[in-house]
Design a binder for this molecule. Structure first.
Ligand SMILES: [Ca+2]
Ligand SMILES: [Ca+2]
Ligand SMILES: [Ca+2]
Length: 294
């Protein structure tokens, strides 16, 4: 960005000097040069203004209409305390481990997206093994309990509560996975078959597809269907953009939003070579597919 801006400035100066030596040149062209020079301070300001911290998501205007930005959604369930600042409170965390002595819990918060009936959310390990926590049919109010067992296996039970309902709308699902370990990131597979990861390096182009917020031990939230509770520092909000950020998308990061508790950030592993290459290849193919409005 800054190199590009400087290049533009240098070119403009060269162009102006060249124009000075020319006797011909339309008034219109001179007007354009003046206009361009007038914008130089703005361009320079752009060069020197500090951007958001590295890895921070650049929110766009949601295609969902007013009232559905991630900020508005989180403000709407905040009942006490400072709340979450969706721009400035981004943690940049990409990789986690469980801190639960029992279960870790994922609570489905929002899915404001055209792909809402199809999007899949879960955890993946360094080898690329995926464990689904929520399927397309899951929605606001649902819960998923995942337990890391001593032998490296993981059990998952997902319960489809309707918001405010005390009993599941259908029978809970139960699944068991071996050889997973207890370090993981989060993924979303959208209705078009594209998969995005909390690890930016695994996303085609390195784009940030998820924003992550950590509890501040001061904000109280009432999740859909749940009683209000303190947003504690072992709780994290994982908010995905379900369209590739390098393509046609709104970057609203409200497409699938989950709160996960009893986890902690962990050092990001080097992607396993095969998994890394595989993810890049899949990303390249996926990026060429048509994008769905979301
Ligand atoms: Ca959306
Ligand atoms: Ca859904
Ligand atoms: Ca979106």
């Amino acid at each position: 960005m800054s190199i590009l801006a400087l290049t533009v400035i240098i070119r403009l100066c060269q162009y102006v000097n060249k124009k000075k030596d020319q006797t011909r040149g339309s008034i219109l062209m001179k007007t354009q040069i003046v206009a361009s020079i007038a914008t130089l301070p703005l361009a320079l300001a752009g060069v020197f203004l500090a951007p958001q911290s590295a890895g921070a998501a650049d929110f766009g205007t949601s295609w969902d209409g007013s009232g559905y930005s991630l900020q508005e959604l989180l403000d709407g369930i905040t009942t006490d305390g400072p709340g979450v600042d969706t721009v400035n409170d981004q943690t940049g965390y990409e990789w986690f481990t469980s801190t639960a002595t029992g279960n870790s819990t994922a609570s489905f918060m929002f899915e404001i997206a055209g792909y809402a009936p199809d999007n899949i959310f879960g955890i993946y390990n360094a080898a690329g093994t995926k464990i689904q926590l929520f399927g397309g049919a899951n929605d606001e109010g649902d819960s998923s309990y995942f337990t890391f067992l001593a032998d490296g296996s993981v059990s998952v039970s997902t319960i489809p509560f309707a918001p405010g309902a005390s009993v599941p709308t259908t029978s809970p699902s139960y699944n068991f996975y071996t050889d997973f370990g207890n370090e993981f990131g989060f993924y979303l597979t959208n209705g078009g078959g594209q998969t995005f990861y909390t690890q930016n390096a695994l996303n085609n182009g390195g784009y940030q597809q998820a924003v992550v917020y950590e509890g501040d031990d001061a904000t109280t939230m009432a999740l859909p269907g749940k009683a209000p509770g303190l947003f504690t520092d072992n709780e994290f909000i994982i908010a995905f953009e379900d369209l590739w950020v390098g393509g046609h998308t709104d970057r609203d990061y409200n497409d699938l939003v989950v709160m996960v508790e009893s986890i902690a950030p962990a050092s990001v592993p080097e992607p396993a070579t095969l998994f890394g290459l595989g993810a890049v290849a899949v990303g390249l193919v996926a990026s060429r597919r048509s994008q769905k409005n979301s």
